[in-house]
Ligand binder design. Structure first.
Ligand code: ADP
Ligand code: MG
Length: 292
């Protein structure tokens, strides 16, 4: 046996004996399950290929990192409570001409979440609003970001229940902790005054702190009918639309154009420009979408 090559070569792996038992224990404590599962096999491979110790360790650590990333994504998806897992791969963009595909693809990069911007998908029923919201949520999970999916009605129900059981603060804190909150179907169910106040508080607490995606079948001017109060609706829209991307998912582009035009203008020029760009795809004469 000549010095260096012997020293650098890996010992043949074995899983029996005291060191292995201790190693197993320590790796569990350090939460390195992939290292624990793979170290013996990789040791054999490295011994066979004459791979040195640092490279052996590197292989193991890389395996752990890859596995850890996968586990995080799986956990994020579980925690998000998606009713179904949908992605943009299965979304047929030509089927919904009013939708700005480039904007959706850009949003799927999730940078809007890091910038704490919001997304509102507006349009009549069945145009794929929930699908797109789910796909953006999935993309965020795949980036390792904490996401929560809920409907407006379920969220309000949850908030009221938490309030009655004196755990509202905890729920509010949990909601603040997610980087992307998806509130689906705002508009199908009118809310009680308390429900509307509680929902408003969620938006208020997330304002410039986290991203929210809202889907609604109602144009903005009709949101008052859901929230019950013009003052509250104005204040909510103010926060929600300050940094916002609008996804127009409606065959009736004329109505959408009206709804976007009538809502309160966002305060930041950048957001206003964004909105402008997003709504410039409508032909003013025909009300048709001319640039999807
Ligand atoms: P909305 O939320 O706007 O009412 P959904 O997203 O629930 O609509 O869409 C209804 C169903 O149709 C879902 O199963 C969804 O996956 C599917 N769907 C809608 N639009 C598309 C599309 N453009 N491409 C593929 N599937 C779509
Ligand atoms: Mg829906």
């Amino acid at each position: 046996m000549t010095g260096k090559s012997t020293a650098d070569a890996m010992p043949t792996g074995t899983t029996s004996g005291t060191p292995q038992v201790l190693l197993g224990h320590h790796l569990k404590q350090l939460k390195l399950p992939t290292v624990l599962r793979e170290y013996d096999k990789v040791a054999r491979e490295c011994a066979r290929d004459g791979v040195d110790h640092p490279r052996y360790l590197l292989r193991l650590v890389e395996l752990e990192l890859i596995d850890r990333e996968r586990r995080v994504v799986e956990r994020r998806i579980r925690q998000a409570r998606f009713p179904a897992v949908k992605s943009l791969d299965t979304f047929d963009f030509p089927a919904i001409a009013s939708l700005n595909k480039m904007l959706v693809l850009e949003l799927a990069r999730c940078e809007f979440i890091l910038r704490r911007e919001n997304v509102i998908a507006l349009g009549n029923s069945g145009t794929g609003k929930t699908h797109v919201a789910l796909a953006l949520g999935l993309a965020a999970c795949q980036k390792g970001l904490p996401v929560a999916f809920t409907t407006a009605a379920a969220l309000v129900h949850q908030l009221m229940e938490a309030r009655d059981e004196r755990r509202l603060l905890k729920l509010q804190r949990d909601l603040q902790a997610v980087k992307l909150l998806i509130i689906d179907e705002l508009g199908y169910v009118p809310l009680s005054p308390t429900g509307a106040e509680l929902l408003f508080e969620v938006f208020s607490q997330r304002y410039e702190r986290g991203s929210t995606i809202v889907t609604s079948n109602l144009p903005f001017e009709d949101w008052t009918s859901v929230l019950g109060s013009e003052r509250l609706t104005g204040a909510l829209l103010d926060r929600l639309t300050h940094h916002v991307h609008i996804l127009t998912m409606n065959g009736d582009s004329y109505r959408l154009r009206q709804s976007v035009g009538r809502r309160r203008l966002p305060a930041s020029p950048a957001a206003a420009e964004q909105n402008h760009a997003d709504t410039e795809t409508v032909d003013p004469d025909t009300g048709e979408i001319i640039d999807a």
